[in-house]
Design a protein around this ligand. Structure first.
Ligand code: 9B3
Ligand code: ZN
Ligand code: ZN
Length: 419
């Protein structure tokens, strides 16, 4: 009994880590329509502590698309006065960020029935899950370490599929490039569980696991993810130190060797879309890129999971040029999002990254594509901004279920169109 009480105490203390730091903070959505509006947003970004959610940094703001950002109560009222003066349309997406944050850190997770896939998990829990699910499915899952992070944490990869002893076509699925996009690692875990549970019963999944391997990286940006649990729920980048500044981290999705730092990325280490000091400067990016280079002969598709916006994106992001198999990727994306919508009606948009979300260089799907992986996609999962990165745990299940349909659709296409 004493031990239980003690454990309870430890849990409260350690999970209470985010404290009250988001009290009164709001998320605003703006609809900039002209150059004056854009100028206002840029000024605000440079003079006030605002956290851009969508797009992910002030540099990416344009007209014809909304801007979501988080700001404290004091600055929110100040900004709102300014917005009204210049007639920039806005509304409040989240009245009090603290309330939503607390729901996600609320721990009643200790479950006797095993792992709870409908909760968000700390990195330590995910790593324990990685060991456990591998041990429980020795014929279907193998665990690999593909590298270490800046702070020395292991980055794990699960190979899921019936072991044949010889090479099989492979689909790489990665999650958690960006720390605050918590639904992404939750999806990778859901995917592995569904794969093992449905092997032998669901005919599509059985065929897929017989014919190919899925390589699943549940969390790439392990340092950032851990940090988002202990210090800053809205951390996006890695945790590497930048000489000459107190600003920490590089955007791993601007650090790949794909027209690096030429567009939609920043060379300012304080930016959320900092491209880093050089190509593949981040150990986490090196780990994934080296792994993919070593296995590029068998990797037929690359799928990267992010949030939020509900989009299915494909190359290019670094240029408006269309890829050679644009029509094929466009049809595949269209089919995938139609399947996804068939379950709960969730609407996705789709298309090349540059026109569908924003032009940006150094991203992983462009790099993988140029390496020769011609089925290369980024998914931006739920929602469209009602909760943004703070997607409630009650939405993990529907989000993962519908996303499974899209991923299975793409995988099915890939096994039938091997190259
Ligand atoms: C951006 C790029 Cl550069 C890419 N290749 N694929 C996806 C995106 C969108 C994500 C990002 O990194 O900004 C959304 Se969080
Ligand atoms: Zn992301
Ligand atoms: Zn995103």
């Amino acid at each position: 009994m004493k031990a239980l009480l003690f454990l309870g105490f430890v849990a409260v203390v350690s999970f209470g880590a985010p404290g009250y730091k988001y009290a009164g903070e709001k998320v605003l959505r703006l609809w900039p329509e002209n150059e004056q509006h854009l100028q206002f947003i840029r000024n605000m970004a440079s003079s006030v502590k605002v956290d851009f959610w969508q797009p992910d940094s002030a540099e990416l703001v344009t007209t014809n698309r909304s801007v979501d950002f988080r700001v404290d109560a004091f600055w929110a009222s100040y900004i709102r006065a300014g917005l009204e003066k210049i007639e920039l349309k806005y509304h409040i997406l989240v009245e009090n960020v603290q309330t939503l944050v607390e729901k996600q850190f609320d721990r009643k997770k200790i479950s006797s029935t095993g792992y709870n896939y409908e909760k968000y998990h700390r990195l330590k829990e995910i790593n324990r899950w990685i060991v456990k699910i591998t041990a429980e499915n020795p014929t279907l899952i193998s665990r690999f370490k593909i590298g270490r992070s800046y702070e020395g944490r292991h980055i794990y990869l699960l190979r899921v599929g019936r072991r044949t002893g010889s090479a099989k076509p492979t689909i790489l699925l990665d999650c958690g490039i960006h720390a605050r996009e918590w639904i992404s690692p939750a999806f990778c875990q859901w995917f592995v569980r569904e794969a093992t549970r449905n092997y032998g019963s669901d005919s599509t999944m059985t065929t897929l696991l017989d014919k190919l391997y899925f390589l699943v990286v549940p969390v790439i940006n392990v340092d950032g993810y851990a940090y988002s649990w202990t210090e800053d729920r809205f951390w996006r980048k890695t945790r590497s130190r930048n000489p000459g500044t107190h600003c920490i981290g590089t955007d791993p999705n601007r650090n790949f060797d794909a027209k690096w730092c030429s567009i939609g990325a920043s060379s300012n280490p304080c930016s959320e879309t900092y491209c880093g000091p050089r190509v593949e400067s981040e150990k986490e990016v090196q780990a994934v890129a080296n792994f993919i280079r070593r296995h590029k002969g068998s990797i037929k598709a690359y799928l990267s999971m992010h949030s939020y916006s509900q989009m299915c994106l494909f190359p290019y992001s670094y240029t408006y040029d269309l890829v050679p198999n644009h029509a094929e990727l466009n049809n595949l994306a269209k089919g995938a999002i139609r399947r996804l919508a068939s379950l709960y009606g969730t609407q996705y948009t789709y298309g090349p990254g540059a026109t569908t979300i924003y032009p940006a260089a150094g991203g992983s799907h462009d790099w993988a594509y140029d390496l020769g992986i011609k089925y290369s996609f980024t998914f931006e999962l739920r929602d469209t901004g009602r909760y943004g990165f703070l997607l409630p745990e009650s939405q993990i299940k529907p989000t993962c279920e519908e996303t499974m349909l899209a991923i299975k659709y793409v995988a099915d296409y890939v096994v039938n169109n091997l190259y």
